[in-house]
Ligand binder design. Structure first.
Ligand code: AMP
Ligand code: MN
Ligand code: MN
Ligand code: MN
Length: 291
């Protein structure tokens, strides 16, 4: 068996192999430290974990050490914020070399805009009578350079504006609602280029979450495939059964590898805990077969 430090061709032994390839730590907008995320995954029965913090790789060494201590496999991961036709989309990268200079420079460039964006989000919230959001969200961000809408969401819950994150994101912080601002993220070509230059493999995160018509989704997937994208998340903590069916069908049609990830951000906040998702539907090629 080859190391999962970087990409390694390997066929996993069993059909009941529990992979969770999408989750977050305090290095981005998760609630648990990277080592605690890995330890929790192992105790939930995960066989192969990817920590996929937004736009940074800082948690990978601690996650790897904790995974090794628990006897669980870990593959390097990241979730890259891009914009495609004015829409914010997330591209997951896996099994890359974390020291790759192009990948690190690209992620640093994305991060550099987040604090300015957070000030603009706060100014928009002030217009609807919500004061102190920048400071409030920053206090909740263990890693200030990764200040995210999740931190603003938690601030709005803590200040009693809404009862939970789900209802926050129905009324705030999303396009057309207070607290949403446009932002220049990476392009799709940038993200795929960085991942491939670092020897990794890309997957579209939670494709069911994007407000794309069917023809636009097909256009997006075709462009993604043309640029070298090889996988999509089919089973995701933010997918309904209908999404699983739709994206399972699209994965077969486009020849994409299929991925599975909870998108766990923290206990009591995420709908699915680490490793506690349905298996991939039959007939799909799991992405972990090519790690
Ligand atoms: P950002 O990268 O700053 O745009 O923030 C995006 C993050 O906000 C996501 O990764 C989630 O953690 C959180 N988020 C976005 N939409 C929702 C939602 N509907 N419910 C809960 N969290 C959400
Ligand atoms: Mn997040
Ligand atoms: Mn995401
Ligand atoms: Mn995520």
């Amino acid at each position: 068996m080859r190391s999962l430090q970087f990409c390694a061709a390997h066929t996993w032994p069993s059909a009941v192999f529990n992979c969770d390839l999408h989750c977050h730590s305090t290095c981005s907008d998760g609630l648990l430290q990277a080592a605690a995320v890995a330890a929790r995954a192992a105790s939930n029965g995960v066989d192969l974990l990817a920590l996929t913090d937004h736009d940074n790789l800082d948690g990978l060494p601690a996650a790897r050490a904790a995974a090794e201590a628990a006897g669980m496999s870990l593959v390097n991961g990241v979730e890259i914020s891009i914009e495609w036709e004015s829409l914010q989309i997330h591209i997951l990268g896996y099994a890359f070399d974390p020291a790759d200079p192009a990948l690190n420079a690209g992620l640093a460039a994305i991060r550099s805009g987040r604090i300015d964006r957070a000030r603009r989000i706060s100014a928009e919230l002030e217009k609807v009578g919500i004061d102190g959001a920048f400071d409030g969200a920053m206090r909740l961000a263990a890693n200030p350079s990764l200040i995210s809408r999740a931190h603003f969401g938690r601030f709005l819950v803590d200040s009693g504006v809404r009862k939970d994150l789900r209802s926050v994101f129905e009324s705030y912080l999303v396009p057309g609602r207070p607290g949403y601002v446009d932002h220049r993220w990476a392009t799709l070509a940038d993200a795929l280029g960085w991942i491939s230059s670092a020897g990794g493999l890309a997957a579209v995160a939670h494709p069911g979450r994007y407000k794309l018509s069917r023809p636009d989704m097909r256009r997006f997937l075709a462009e993604y495939k043309d640029l070298g994208g090889r996988a999509i998340e089919v089973v995701s903590g933010s997918h309904t059964q209908e999404h699983v069916d739709t994206f399972g069908r699209l994965a077969r049609e486009y020849g994409f590898l299929a991925s599975r990830g909870s998108d766990f951000h923290g206990p009591g906040e995420s709908y699915f805990d680490l490793g506690q998702l349905a298996p991939l539907p039959d007939g799909l090629k799991p992405i972990w077969d090519v790690f």
